[in-house]
Design a protein around this ligand. Sequence first.
Ligand code: JD8
Length: 267
Amino acid sequence: MKIDVISIFPAYLDALKLSLVGKAQESGLLDVNVRDLRDWTTDRHRTVDDTPTGGGAGMVMKPDVWGNALDDVLQRESTLVIPTPSGEVFTQALAARLAQRPHLVFACGRYEGIDARVAQHYRAAGIATVEASIGDYVLNGGEVAALVMIEAVARLIPGMVGNPESLVEESHGEAGLLEYPVYTKPVSWRGIEIPAPLLSGHHANIARWRRDRALEKTAAIRPDMLAALRDRGGLSQTDEAVVRAADEVLRAGGVPATEGEGGADFS
Ligand code: JD8
């Protein structure tokens, strides 16, 4: 897969040189190019913004500069991804769709955003164009969002993660549940023991324990995901019994077993 990122703060994307995405570039699985938008300005002040038409606070990014840049970088089979707080919510499903594409181009805006005609123009030109938001909070620009999207997409590229199996059980993965709690040595830490089933070596019991904890956590934190899993027939009778018990505890104001009693929650 080829990824181009255009930004007026290209150094923001240096993190892509690290870890999994960094190694994928070394192994040739991924070809990432970060470009400075100002390289496509035409005036000696390298201007990328101007006042908002119709008035209002802040500045807007100029369409002509973005046009110069995207005309150079986009190819017919490219997908243009524009991070914006007013976009469709970025999800694992969207990440999986983008991971199928040969070339992604991320246009990172700043100021009040990019002139709306840029997305309109490339859509009309037949370029697959996605305006996406990473969540309901406001950032100062698209760079951090591009980092989030690129990491989520890159790790779905075949050959990226060591054991593709691990992708299945992840939160928001195919299992459709939040992840079960994980532990490692020491067995006892500051008076807290690793739950006994995990020490039993009994794989079926361990799998059942983990699914129960995932069901409880999802019931407590993301009941919407449980409803979605139920609607696609993903909950067994045993699962439903675990969920009913968890809902009992929650209704009684309790917390799921593994959370441990009391303590300061940040609410
Ligand atoms: C791109 C400019 C800043 C946004 C005035 C603050 C995504 N989930 C998200 N939150 N914020 C963004 C995002 C913010 C951006 C740009 C993405 C380009 N800004 C603007 C509108 C209000 N300033 C985002 N993905």
